[in-house]
Design a protein around this ligand. Structure first.
Ligand SMILES: Nc1nc2c(ncn2[C@@H]2O[C@H](COP(=O)(O)OP(=O)(O)O)[C@@H](O)[C@H]2O)c(=O)[nH]1
Ligand SMILES: [Mg+2]
Length: 319
């Protein structure tokens, strides 16, 4: 690094420690871009223990995740906590529409320096969310945030990644039998530490709550295991937020006393290492000689001169 670059990095680290929004945003972009400067910066920043609490929110589109996030911010701010929000847009880095809506909804918190809101693209960067989220959480920890709210849409891989990155995962549903059955089918109930029936002001909320409790009762659970509570909320008015936070706190206490918290942190570290290693491996495979070897092997496999498994084994041996 040139001394000018070192100076910029020092300034960046200082800015992050002071919680300056511009520097935080810049460092998060460097992480998303897989910048080679990131490992050194993160090492210098260090990792404050125990780090912030990470609460994941997932569920079908339109169920009220962003509204709940805004309501939780208000409730956590009232306790004096500093809160960061990472909103993951799973569709594409180019679809600004939904995110713009979310920003407007978060508007009441826009001028509060105890609140940091950032959208992250789930694709289009090295190693995906599993590689970037833990690093961003560490950065937010260094910047003095107590709680990180992680919002994603519950489709496909993203809810699993949310659960893997969170201490406590909230699965949000809204009244309507269809929704909860859909969610059960899609496996999203399995990742929920707390199930939230939002829009409880609407007809059918009781039935949905009953439904979910029934499904939970059916599941087999070991002694001392966490049994997901079902909490009803009206995020639009803030109703039920105190109960929801109480459930989050109870889950946090269970994580601490049961040892499950340590297990989760180890699993999270494992996922992160794996994602980073795979990303590094992929990069290396494409570079220089290795890229050429891959091209040559492909030509031979296509011509029927080489069996693909043998080609892969040979390629790995050469790495
Ligand atoms: N009736 C009712 N509407 C709500 C509630 N919470 C959110 N909404 C509305 O549901 C729509 C989708 O909410 P949003 O938070 O964007 O959902 P997301 O896609 O899951 O983030 C918005 O029009 C909200 O105003 C609620 O508790 N009751
Ligand atoms: Mg949303």
């Amino acid at each position: 690094m040139t001394s000018a670059a070192e100076g910029r990095v020092d300034g960046l680290i200082e800015g992050v420690r002071a919680g300056r929004v511009r520097d935080l945003a810049r460092l998060i972009s460097l992480i998303e871009d897989g910048s080679p400067q990131v490992p050194a910066i993160l090492a210098t920043l260090g990792q404050p223990a125990p780090g912030p609490r990470v609460i994941g929110l997932t569920g079908p589109p339109g169920v009220g995740k962003s509204t709940t996030t805004a309501a939780l911010i208000a409730a956590l701010r009232a306790r004096g906590e500093r809160v960061a929000v990472l909103a993951v847009d799973p569709s594409s880095p180019f679809s600004g529409g939904a995110l713009l809506g979310d920003r407007i909804r978060m508007g009441q918190h826009a001028t509060d320096d105890g609140v940091f809101i950032r959208s992250m693209a789930s694709r289009g960067h090295l190693g995906g969310l599993a590689a970037t989220t833990p690093a961003v959480v560490r950065v937010l920890a260094a910047a003095g945030f107590d709680t990180v709210l992680l919002e994603t849409v519950g489709v496909g891989q993203s809810e699993v990644e949310v659960a893997a990155s969170s201490d406590t995962t909230l699965v949000l549903l809204a009244p309507g039998l269809g929704d909860s059955i859909q969610a059960a089918k899609a496996g999203i109930l399995e990742v929920g530490d707390i199930l939230v029936v939002n829009k409880a002001d609407r007809d059918g909320a009781d039935a949905t709550v009953r439904d979910l409790r029934g499904m939970i009762a059916l599941g087999s659970r070991e002694d001392g295991a966490w049994e997901p509570p079902v909490v009803r909320t009206v995020a639009a008015t803030g109703e039920g937020m105190a109960e929801l936070l109480a459930a989050v706190d109870a889950h946090g206490a269970w994580l601490a006393t049961s040892g499950a918290g340590t297990e989760r942190r180890v699993l999270r570290a494992r996922n992160e290492i794996e994602a980073l290693a795979l990303a590094a491996l992929r990069q290396r495979m494409e570079r220089g000689d290795h890229g050429r070897r891959l091209d040559e092997a492909a030509v031979r496999v296509a011509a029927g001169e080489l069996e693909p498994h043998a080609a892969a084994a040979e390629f790995i041996d050469g790495l």
